[in-house]
Ligand binder design. Structure first.
Ligand SMILES: Nc1ncnc2c1ncn2[C@@H]1O[C@H](COP(=O)(O)OP(=O)(O)O)[C@@H](O)[C@H]1O
Ligand SMILES: CC(=O)N[C@@H](CCC(=O)OP(=O)(O)O)C(=O)O
Length: 259
């Protein structure tokens, strides 16, 4: 089976020009088929504030009402997606910037409004990914760059957590490729002590995840990230890790997720 790499970069990398440029240099140098998924939550929050719109996050997900949806679409599927795509192209990487709506690559559904009404937020499963179409893009040498926007079957655009997109794409592609999923962020890995960059937890499985959660070691945005990472390793993805963007090419760096 051919290898394929799925990489997700989060808001802190996207938002820091020098980290982003360094990451894109490394990403462009990776051989073989690859898919990039990006967030950009920090910029969306800033844009919303500038427009006088308040941001509300619940369990790591953004409440996306009528006012917030256009901001999410403009920031994720517009500005950030096109900037990353253009900059990869300038590095000789044949990137194509897309959302889940394009070529119906991801068909999501709006979250139920109970117990929390998230508004225009989408969820989907790996089986909702159009793998045949995605594989066609990869096979003609394109490197898809996914933003955090999907659409439902009625054509409604939905804001969709980028960690979930990366996990579900990796699972869907695992039917066709040997997939490595890498979550890149600004820390050296999942840390035992959030104030000590050298306290990287080398492996996380369901058992120690439960303990680390109870102890409060893992919190905030790291909770859904690890849940998505565990879901990927359980469903056929070959290798899943969480690491610092700068350490992307270092095989031993960061936290490895195990079954
Ligand atoms: N034990 C931990 N180790 C590392 N980061 C943690 C931990 N617990 C909570 N976090 C937080 O999780 C954040 C990463 O999640 P998130 O903000 O969603 O990132 P991204 O935008 O990169 O996806 C880190 O910036 C950190 O503040
Ligand atoms: C529904 C939902 O929460 N969507 C996310 C999508 C962007 C994202 O995931 O960005 P990061 O990777 O930078 O966190 C949001 O709007 O924040």
């Amino acid at each position: 089976m051919q290898s394929l790499t799925v990489i997700k970069i989060g808001g802190n990398i996207v938002d820091d020009e020098s980290s982003l440029q360094a990451f894109l240099d490394t990403y462009a140098s990776i051989e073989g088929p690859k898919v990039l998924v990006h967030g950009g939550g920090k910029l969306a929050t800033r844009m919303a504030t500038q427009l006088g719109i308040e941001t509300q996050m619940v369990n790591g997900r953004r409440i996306t009402d009528e006012a917030m949806l256009p901001i999410a679409v403009m920031v994720y599927a517009g500005l950030i997606n096109k900037q990353i795509t253009a900059q990869l192209q300038s590095r000789g990487c044949d990137a194509i910037g897309i959302s889940g709506a394009d070529a119906k690559l991801i068909q999501s559904h709006k979250r139920p409004t109970e117990p929390i009404d998230y508004g225009y937020v989408g969820d989907f499963k790996a089986s909702d990914v159009n793998v045949v179409r995605l594989k066609q893009l990869v096979e003609i040498g394109l490197s898809p760059v996914f933003s955090a926007i999907t659409a439902d079957k009625e054509g409604q655009l939905l804001n969709t957590n980028a960690d979930t997109i990366a996990s579900n794409l990796a699972v869907a592609l695992a039917t066709e490729y040997k997939v490595a999923l890498i979550y890149c962020f600004e820390r050296k890995g999942v840390l035992q002590d959030i104030n000590n960059e050298d306290s990287v937890i080398s492996t996380i499985n369901r058992e120690n995840f439960t303990q680390l959660k109870e102890q409060g070691v893992i919190a905030d945005g790291m909770l859904p990230k690890i849940e998505n990472a565990l879901a990927a390793i359980d469903q056929g993805v070959d290798k899943v890790c969480i690491k610092k963007a700068e350490d992307l090419l270092e095989a031993e760096a960061g936290t490895t997720i195990q079954r």
